[in-house]
Design a protein around this ligand. Structure first.
Ligand code: QAP
Ligand code: CO
Length: 167
């Protein structure tokens, strides 16, 4: 097991479009284990492979309080959605920055699990928001990029200031 390095916004590699996983192998499962360990250690509730600089369509999520309900989504596709929600989001790649994004309230997602088995999941609320947020990473989109140029500039300035104070 290993804790992986999480790319920090603004990093161009966060704009990479991930490719589908052709076959779920032991190598895929090892990556998933490391992604889960990285997410739990942070701690966070979701992590996309893009964020650890692996550009394959893989997501791990765990919104449970006990951190014992890991959800693995390989090659996820949203097959239905409805409603709208404005949820306050954050991101392990954009630490300290939080804000709302408009998304679907309910989604139906089809994906493959770590055993290579296809499944369909209905999600609402935080889980639905988290899946949509992580799926955006797989197409190179970071949540702050939904915001106005002004709000993005403010977020970037805050991040830069924080990075300076660490160095
Ligand atoms: C995505 O985000 C998400 O700024 C997952 O300092 C979040 O796990 C989707 C985190 C909220 C929907 C709603 C963020 C940890 C974790 C930070 C995360 C931070 C430390 C974010
Ligand atoms: Co994120």
């Amino acid at each position: 097991m290993a804790i992986l390095k999480i790319l920090q916004y603004p990093d161009d590699r966060l704009h990479t479009v991930a490719v589908p996983v052709a076959k779920v192998t032991d190598k895929t499962r090892l990556l998933i284990k490391d992604m889960a360990e990285t997410m739990y250690a942070a701690p966070g509730i979701g992590l996309a492979a893009t964020q650890v600089d692996v550009h394959e369509r893989i997501i791990v999520i765990d919104i449970s309080e006990e951190h014992n309900q890991l959800l693995v989504l390989i090659n996820p596709e949203i097959v239905a959605n409805s409603g709208q929600s404005d949820y306050e989001e954050g991101c392990l790649s954009v630490p300290g920055i939080y804000g709302k994004v408009r998304r679907a309230e309910s989604i139906t997602v089809q994906a493959i699990d770590a055993d290579g088995k296809s499944f369909v999941l209905d999600a609402q609320g935080l889980l639905a928001v988290c899946i949509q947020h992580e799926m955006d990473h797989l197409v190179g989109k970071v949540f702050v990029e939904y915001w106005s140029a002004l709000k993005q500039a403010r977020a970037l300035a805050k991040l830069k200031k924080k990075q300076r104070s660490i160095m």
